[in-house]
Write a protein that binds this ligand. Structure first.
Ligand code: ZN
Length: 396
């Protein structure tokens, strides 16, 4: 561990690299806990994972969760969080937190967001007043939340946007990173991750990664993807981004959480992921299983007395049947809770399996087995076949 790393409140050590793909297993050490990567980070929007308690997360050895700065900045707000001694204490979560910059939420949630060089201007959804989220303000809020990893404010464009706006956003993201780094008041215990942008343009993305790499940062995020672009472009941009980021620092692919995407993007060299999907879909009665999805609201589960997944090991699977969950799914908050517990456990188990296979250097076989369980008729999505072939894995 070098002295600069210590000063950044983050250390990262690659423990094993797959001999076939770009996948690796690493140990990320943050102020509140260590993190085994590749890792999936469940999203706790407002200082709570919807329908799950910190104790339950700790029990399944979840090491890091995500909080949304936009929501937290609003309620309870930075002043109260500062008084409470930060979000870890406030929400009784003793392990790691990562917060986003708030920018993406604004651009996606607020119709009136306007981006200028100064920041993101928006109309408060509460009282209609005009407010401004600048890089400095985003860091100030994230400093009071106190997450172990915080994100730079980036200029977000929709992933399918093309033309000069993409290049403008890319360069502005770099300028905003410098402002964020300058404004950062807690470099001793919080690490800022810059965000690789550049849309679907290979040259811009490469240039962006090269520029960000020149800055004194201890990890990187890959942003602006997973927003409705063609999957064939998605994986190429992910792979190109990891190719141009240093191997000795963590790479966080933002907004990715479908099982296939996780497996493929681990093969492409990503270490960290987050997505609201597993918890959101649970609230609609859908459970994640190795063969795909179980929509527990379907009539066919009304007399199915098996657990969601016999091999899962979560508290829901050890105590409740599909039939019971079918009866309460969509009607009772407890159903959302029970299925959320299972889905988070599914994601954590998947990542555990990926890590184990990389450690044992059997990751390509893990990928093949995973894909054939999910697609027994071998109707693999074309993009996944191409992406895996690019790292020398052929599906059977
Ligand atoms: Zn389960």
């Amino acid at each position: 561990m070098s002295a600069t790393r210590k000063a950044h409140a983050l250390s990262f050590k690659v423990l094993a690299e797959c001999s076939t793909t770009k996948a690796r297993v690493s140990k990320l050490i943050l102020p509140h806990h260590e993190v085994d990567t590749p890792v999936f980070m469940p999203v706790g929007t407002q200082g709570t994972l919807k329908a799950m308690l910190p104790d339950q997360l700790e029990e399944m050895d979840c090491q890091i969760i995500l909080g949304n700065t936009y929501h937290l900045g609003h309620r309870p707000g930075p002043e109260l969080l500062e008084k409470a001694g930060g979000l870890h204490k406030f929400m009784n979560w003793n392990r790691n937190l990562l917060t986003d910059s708030g920018g993406f939420q604004m651009v996606s949630l607020l119709k009136l967001a306007e981006i200028t060089e100064e920041g993101v201007k928006f109309e408060s959804p509460h009282d209609g007043s005009t407010m401004m989220l600048t890089p400095e303000k985003s860091i100030e809020i994230q400093n009071s939340i106190g997450a172990d990893i915080i994100m730079q404010l980036d200029d977000v464009v929709h992933s399918t946007t093309t033309g000069p706006r993409v290049e403008e956003a890319m360069w502005r993201t770099i300028r905003w990173l410098d402002r964020c780094l300058k404004a950062h008041a807690r470099p001793h215990d919080q690490s800022i991750f810059p965000i690789v942008q550049g849309g679907l343009d290979a040259e811009l993305r490469k240039k962006c990664a090269q520029e960000l790499t020149k800055r004194d940062v201890s990890g990187f995020a890959i942003g602006g993807l997973s927003g409705g672009e063609e999957k064939s472009q998605f994986w190429r941009m992910v792979s190109l981004s990891t190719d141009h980021l240093p191997g000795d620092k963590p790479r966080y692919l933002m907004g990715v959480g479908f099982a296939v995407d996780l497996v493929v993007c681990c093969a492409l060299g990503c270490d960290m992921f987050d997505c609201v999907y597993p918890t959101r879909t649970a609230r609609f009665g859908t459970a994640l299983v190795p063969t795909g999805l179980l929509n527990l609201k379907l009539e066919k589960f009304s007399q199915d007395f098996r657990p969601i997944d016999e091999n899962c090991g979560c508290s829901t699977c050890s105590q409740y049947t599909r039939s019971y969950l079918h009866t309460i799914a969509g009607h009772k908050p407890v159903a959302a809770q029970l299925i959320t517990v299972h889905n988070v456990r599914y994601q954590l188990n998947l990542m555990r399996g990926i890590r184990k296979s990389i450690m044992e250097n059997t990751f390509p076989k893990f990928v093949q087995d995973f894909m054939s369980a999910l697609f027994p008729s071998k109707d693999y999505p074309e993009w996944s076949v191409e992406a895996l072939a690019s790292v020398n894995v052929t599906l059977r």
